[in-house]
Design a protein around this ligand. Sequence first.
Ligand SMILES: Nc1ncnc2c1ncn2[C@@H]1O[C@H](COP(=O)(O)OP(=O)(O)OP(=O)(O)O)[C@@H](O)[C@H]1O
Length: 258
Amino acid sequence: MLDIRHATVRRGRKLLLDDVSWTVGADERWVVLGPNGAGKTTLMQLAAAQMFPTSGSVSVLDETLGAVDVFELRPRIGFCSNAVAHSIPLRETALNAVVTAAYGVTGRWREDYEKLDERRAFDLLNAWGVGTVFDRPFSTLSEGERKRVQIARALMTDPELLLFDEPGAGLDLAGRESLVASMSELVAWEGAPTSVLVTHHLEEIPPGFTHVLLLRDGQVISAGEVSQTLTSENLSTTFDMSLELVERNGRYSAFMKQ
Ligand SMILES: Nc1ncnc2c1ncn2[C@@H]1O[C@H](COP(=O)(O)OP(=O)(O)OP(=O)(O)O)[C@@H](O)[C@H]1O
């Protein structure tokens, strides 16, 4: 689903990603963990075909960036990120924030949407518990409601690859727990798209995610199955602090070693 080889992203003198190689298989659900500025969002922009690497190669859904029309590729990728949310016009309704994904845009203009598209958008809002706010401007929604609308939007085109960039950011405890449960349910479904979740917080890893990529300073510290990769030692290296990993019923947390 994703095959990144020796990818480097450079802006001026800053190296945002430094020789990153990463392969994601169809049945895998990945968590990307790393401190602020590690390069997680940059990596998601490559995976979402929103950015090209400075060097190296990126293949998404068997298409190589640079050799494919990204406008045809992007609808096959569900991308839930702050950047997408910020581009939704202030007065656009929650329903339109979702339905416009069918056209790869964020604001409704003169496109003619099929009733079927609107029905699907409405059903997705309902499925994610925000059906009642369908006619409210996106900008007036609470952070938790916005996150759920964004996920509904990411699912609108029935994508083959789903990318969530910090969907739990800004949520209160109950909001986070309920989002984690919903995401766990989503990836447990047999026909679920391949999913990648970016987070800073181990508590936000939904049960059912199978692999972890740890990123620091634009470099991969470790990548592989959760059971082998998510360790106190790897976390300590990634976050540059002596950390102890705690696991309970498929959920994770970490604390500074006393
Ligand atoms: N256009 C740019 N020019 C220079 N530096 C940039 C540019 N875009 C991003 N950066 C820097 O690249 C680094 C990686 O950014 P990125 O947003 O990918 O990190 P992140 O891991 O998602 O961080 P966070 O967890 O804080 O969201 C950061 O230090 C950021 O300041």
